[in-house]
Ligand binder design. Structure first.
Ligand SMILES: [Zn+2]
Ligand SMILES: [Zn+2]
Ligand SMILES: [Zn+2]
Length: 418
């Protein structure tokens, strides 16, 4: 049985029957096909929303050769000819389920070999891990891109950093490669842009080497031609960017300590921010958020500003921030605020999905009890407390991974099973 869904970010067609029609047509033709077929539909040229569209169809199913990871079969085609693409995907699945595999080293779309032991069957293209000797001598970065499939980083980036990359569906478009390495203790952001991802990566890696070989950084508050008061700066010699190289020029309205956190018409330090009653913080943050929405700033959501949802989300995240502020103290909290923010997002998403059975992007509503009276919420915070030592160890750099399963995949969350 096939289950047809839209992939995240796909252009969706509002008709209720749309996916159902595809599903019943495919089931009639291929009664033995099984798995989830994810459709990604987007304009070929992003600026031409009404122009030609392309379709990417990915069939996701558990293959007996690959025990704990789903197998993905992905094909691209024209939106107008979608059943042709579906046929290719389903035929490939039939072949993979009956093949006697012969594995060769897997390569990405640019011919770069995987070094993690993943092989690809030369007959049916099935990808399987642990079938080729792995090369663990240097870090292996595998990046999933929307338009260019999987990309293996080609340069010797340091271990355990965040990297991302992307291309476009049109040959004249811009590809990018981004990395967030640490250069002699200072975190930075590097972006390379060019016509292909490998060229963009080369540009980014050249920048990284320039930063490494700069003997002594000389910071100035001019970033991209603009004077920054928030502590962001670039090095006059090598161009390296840092958001924390210099103290902010703006001062706390209570104690005059340098801080970049805005509050009313001025600024406030972390300690004095948390000293404010939670209701005061809530009212202020929500009215700021609402103003952004009214001014048409991107909020990452299509929906209108939803007060009920935002209030519940803020109270949960704020409880989590206070938890880490108390555990870490002001200085460390300020250093790790962005990471704590990302934990807050994953935490509340897990609560939405696993406690209230909502979708990734569904909002809380008035019926969802997110207060500490709810035993489910208590269990989530108990899980957070239990995991805090591991998270803090991760922040202090003694552990590479935070060790927490913050996965957004349903069923994977290990805490608070209510
Ligand atoms: Zn095979
Ligand atoms: Zn420098
Ligand atoms: Zn202060």
């Amino acid at each position: 049985m096939l289950n047809v869904e839209y992939g995240i970010g796909s252009k969706t067609f509002k008709s209720e029957d749309y996916l159902g029609n595809i599903e019943s047509t495919l089931t009639a033709f291929y009664p033995d096909a099984a798995g989830t077929l994810k459709l990604y539909i987007a304009p070929v040229d992003r600026k031409e929303k009404d122009g030609e569209h392309f379709l990417s169809a990915t069939l996701i199913f558990p293959h007996p050769s690959e025990k704990d990871k789903d197998t993905h079969i992905r094909r691209k085609g024209a939106f107008d000819n979608m059943f042709d693409t579906f046929k290719q995907v389903i035929k490939a699945q039939i072949k993979q389920l009956s093949c006697e595999h012969a594995y060769i080293t897997m390569t990405d779309g640019f011919g770069t070999p995987y070094r993690d032991g993943t092989g690809r069957c030369k007959h049916c293209e099935l990808e399987t891990r642990n079938v080729i000797p792995a090369d663990n001598a240097k870090p292996f970065y595998l990046i999933n891109t929307t338009f260019n499939g999987a990309y293996v980083a080609q340069f010797d980036w340091p271990e355990n950093i965040r990297v991302s990359a992307g291309g476009t569906s049109i040959p004249s478009g811009k590809a990018f490669f981004e990395a967030y390495p640490t250069v002699r203790g200072i975190g930075t952001f590097i972006r390379g842009a060019s016509t292909t991802i490998p060229e963009a990566e080369k540009i980014a890696f050249e920048k990284y080497n320039r930063y490494l070989s700069c003997k002594s950084h000389d910071w100035e508050r001019t970033v991209n031609g603009m004077h920054r008061t928030d502590g962001c700066a670039t090095c006059k010699h090598c161009g390296m960017f840092s958001s924390k190289a210099l103290p902010p020029e703006t001062l706390c309205m209570v104690c005059n300590a340098p801080t970049k956190q805005t509050w009313l018409d001025g600024h406030i330090c972390t300690r004095h921010y948390f000293d404010l009653p939670i209701q005061t913080r809530l009212n202020q943050e929500l009215s700021e958020g609402w103003k952004d929405d009214v001014n048409g700033m991107a909020r990452g959501r299509d929906a209108e500003f939803d007060w009920v949802h935002e209030e519940k989300q803020f109270l949960l995240e704020s409880r989590l921030h206070e938890h880490f502020y108390e555990k870490l103290g002001e200085e460390k909290y300020d250093i790790h605020r962005d990471y704590i923010q990302s934990i807050g997002f994953r935490f509340t998403t897990n609560i939405r999905m696993h406690l209230f059975k909502l979708g990734v992007w569904d909002n809380f509503n008035e019926y969802h009890d997110t207060s500490m009276n709810n035993p489910g919420i208590q269990a989530f915070f108990a899980y957070l407390s239990e995991q805090s030592p591991a998270i803090i160890e991760h922040m202090s750099g003694t552990s590479k991974e935070d060790g927490i399963d913050w996965s957004l995949v349903p069923g994977k969350y290990k805490g608070a099973d209510v």
